[in-house]
Ligand binder design. Sequence first.
Ligand code: ADP
Ligand code: MG
Length: 446
Amino acid sequence: MVSAQIVWSKALPVLEAEMTPISYKTWIKDIKPISIEGSTLILMAQSELYLTSLRQFYANTITDCVNRANGSNYSVNFIIKEEAEAVVSVPVSNSTEKGLFFGVQPKYTFDTFVTGESNRFAHAAAVAVADNPASAYNPLYIYGGSGLGKTHLLHAIGNYVHELHPEFNICCVSSEEFTNDVIAAIKYDTREELRKKYRSLDLLLVDDIQFIGGKEATELEFFNTFNALYGANKQIVITSDQSPKDLPSLQERLKSRFVWGITADIKPPEVETRVAILKSKAERDGIDITDDALLYMAEQFNANVRELESCYNRVMLYAEFSKRAMIDKSFVEAILKDYVSSEGKHMVTPELIKRVTADYFEISVEELISTRRDKRIATPRQIAMYLCRTLTNTSYPDIGKAFGGKHYSTVMYSCDQVTGEIAERADIATAVDDITNRLTNDLSPM
Ligand code: ADP
Ligand code: MG
């Protein structure tokens, strides 16, 4: 059900990061996604010449990046233009036995979602919708600040409904993916297929709707999709960083529909919930950690579960290095000493972060905000974007602007990337630590 365009557009940044700029430009840039047949992604090469080399030298890297980017298990096949014209796009399945299920991440389930005062209502509404799609609340609109569990709840609904109704067609997209889908449909003149695809759904989950604002064609397509699904009594769930009425750039007619069902907000978790989140993670990971160590960690991060998790991962990483069997407060304190926010945190600006990060990696700010993709420049850039997001209140689009006009999706991708790497790579974790330290301890060059 997911379109080849979406799968490919997700793979591109991963390929770009993986390959040298020259080989990316030569081999990858001009590939056109054609279709998905079963579990095979069909890609079109420019010519016979490219076809041979792609198959011979790049197929493994491409397959690997496609699957890493999409959390999928596709194989990849290449064709040339003549063959592409013969490929008829795969019709939307009408099968009632097994529905289409895509875009939902299996790791986010209700089981692993910890509830407390701050998210109780949103959680209850999500469960109600998952239990009774299209009859409890439609649409369900969940909103709240970054890192508070919106995406988690959205995917949990998808997983739960899929388990209960394997015959349902379920799709989870970010508004960016929806936008890409619309752009691709316009470009390849496949708007009809796009409509068929979205309108065959029983459950549509859309993450971060705020990002479709201001894109006229996308907003119109979404408006029509919404009306079609709602009219056919199909469930829609939407998340956003703001309440419908506060969405600045969306059209009124769309906003007014978002409140037809129910809106539920998630607030930053209280300290008890933060401790419970850490505790449930530690239990799942089989980690022995004292209560005062959990409380100490929970007290350092009050506004964002993502940061709390990132701190937890860091502690676990150090514990693994030092082969600690039991984690206590003094151990956590020692690790977080340089990491937790200090008074100076509020003074940190994107400008300062760019300067300090460039200085740390011994590159220039110009290089840092350039479009160069070699790792020597790209990794510091990703780290600097991540720090802007975690140490300042700058939005993704504004961070993009501060880095030479990058698209917000690039910033989001970078932040996710660094969040993941901090837990897995000691060199990245150390760099983030050291730079944070310089920034918050006023050792930074002004
Ligand atoms: P948002 O979409 O609101 O920015 P996410 O859903 O991506 O936030 O949550 C960020 C991280 O925090 C995820 O790894 C998620 O699993 C975790 N998380 C957030 N809230 C909870 C919760 N109540 N219980 C367990 N994990 C949570
Ligand atoms: Mg999210």
